[in-house]
Design a protein around this ligand. Structure first.
Ligand code: ZN
Length: 137
């Protein structure tokens, strides 16, 4: 999603777009061992941050995937009003790690969304720092 995509929308419209995006994301119900047969376990350690004029909030978390878990690697943006961003998808990082057989990778992403449904001119202010560990079979 780029800046050109941003526009004024109502909170209700944002909620329905967000819901549709999540439904699309989780419509792929394949589990880890189907998508990555050579991977035993994936762990994602992250710090989710949202910077705004009201202050900065931050939250640490861990996501753990074993062979039977659905292979969706999405972490919601910490900004409750985030529009057109909604979540960070770490799928590409994990695909790239597997290609190079990496066991550890650190990255950072800025949310590409807008700050709120009625603030199309303002970037979301959300960002995610993360470390991915992969255990191969
Ligand atoms: Zn966001």
């Amino acid at each position: 999603m780029n800046r050109g995509y941003r526009k004024y929308i109502t909170p209700e419209k944002n909620d329905s777009l967000k819901r549709a995006r999540y439904e699309a994301l989780y419509s792929d119900r394949r589990i880890l061992e189907d998508v990555f047969p050579n991977i035993e376990k994936i762990e994602i350690f992250y710090t989710n941050t949202h910077k705004s004029i009201f202050g900065n909030t931050s939250k640490d978390g861990v996501l753990s995937f074993s062979r039977q878990n659905t292979a969706v690697f999405a972490i919601p943006c910490l900004n409750n009003e985030c529009s057109y961003g909604w979540y960070y998808d770490l799928r590409d990082d994990i695909y790239n790690m597997r290609c190079e057989h990496l066991t550890e990778y650190c990255g950072e992403k800025d949310c590409q969304g807008q700050e709120a449904p009625d603030h199309p001119e303002q970037s979301c202010g959300g960002s995610l720092k993360y470390k991915i560990n992969i255990v191969y079979k």
